[in-house]
Design a protein around this ligand. Structure first.
Ligand SMILES: Nc1ncnc2c1ncn2[C@@H]1O[C@H](COP(=O)(O)OP(=O)(O)O)[C@@H](O)[C@H]1O
Ligand SMILES: [Mg+2]
Length: 273
């Protein structure tokens, strides 16, 4: 793609990922010598003012939450048409890529990534923000495997009125989508916790609780099907952790646990198994 003037200030550029809204690059800021991640709007998103506004809004919401488990936004640069987000570079890549190679997480990873996820999500909710797209592709790992929540592209403040938009399904999101969202309702803090339940299940069992040939089937299962106990696929999982996962995956949003510290404390019991 054509690189704009905002982008040309960076050196040693390497494409990391390419999406509909943005392309992501690794680069070096020549002023600070820091390796950074650059999220640059694509031609498609530049052409649409609503997409551009969403892109900038996402960066604004992400930069509002300063927490070790939320990926830091360093800077947002805008030109007449262009917009670029400068972020911390996560050298460990995404949790999605890690789980592709490792399939399941051992207990020490399950605990540390689970705790990181809970702490980051709690900080986001405390800032009055719903993430709305918690999934392994949006969870980054740093050089010491610390997990940081990123991609606030679907985020909104609590109570914010939503522009009516068709249900968009991108990059395997239906696997991590809460039943109420699959039914077309806007995500709440409880929907984010449901996604945490799916991620814990995925890390523990090497599979998502609901699978199927297409997004509709998966979404229907989230709404109507009971999920199999995680201990069927990971028999050494402590019962309290298996129960926590089932509780996070409750169909009724009001029945799900939502206290990050309490959830993290239950995860720690994997230590004693
Ligand atoms: N800070 C980062 N450091 C390293 N890789 C990143 C970073 N941010 C994103 N990526 C890579 O780019 C992918 C897409 O990034 P994301 O912000 O989720 O964009 P999109 O809006 O296209 O979903 C991630 O899954 C990850 O592989
Ligand atoms: Mg993403």
């Amino acid at each position: 793609m054509e690189n704009g003037f905002l982008f040309r200030q960076f050196t040693e550029l390497r494409l990391l990922a390419s999406g509909r809204i943005a392309d992501l690059y690794r680069g070096v800021d020549p002023e600070t010598k820091r390796t950074v991640c650059l999220k640059l709007m694509t031609a498609v998103s530049k052409a649409d003012p609503a997409e551009r506004a969403r892109f900038l809004r996402a960066a604004e919401l992400q930069s509002r939450v300063v927490h070790p488990n939320v990926l830091p936004v360093y800077d947002v640069r805008t030109g007449k048409e262009e917009a670029l987000i400068v972020m911390k570079y996560a050298s460990g890549g995404s949790l999605f890529h890690r789980l592709q190679t490792e399939k399941t997480a051992d207990f020490s990873r399950l605990i540390s990534w689970g705790k990181d996820l809970c702490a980051g999500l709690e900080a986001i909710h405390c800032a009055g923000i719903i993430h709305g797209d918690v999934k392994p592709l949006n969870l980054m790992l740093d050089e010491s495997d610390r997990l940081m929540i990123s991609d606030f592209g679907e985020a909104r403040t609590i109570g914010e009125a939503l522009p009516v938009q068709p249900q968009v399904v991108i990059n395997g999101s239906p696997y991590y989508m809460a039943p109420e969202c699959a039914r077309g309702y806007a995500p709440t803090a409880a929907s984010d916790w449901y996604s945490v339940g799916v991620i814990l299940y995925r890390m523990a069992c090497g599979r998502v609780p609901f699978n199927g040939p297409d997004a509709e089937t998966v979404m229907r299962k989230h709404v109507y099907e009971k999920c199999a106990d995680s201990r069927r696929f990971r028999s050494d999982l402590p019962p309290s952790v298996a129960e926590l996962i089932l509780n996070l995956l409750k169909k009724d949003p009001a029945a799900r646990p939502a206290d990050g510290k309490a959830i993290a404390a239950i995860l720690s019991q994997c230590d004693r198994s």
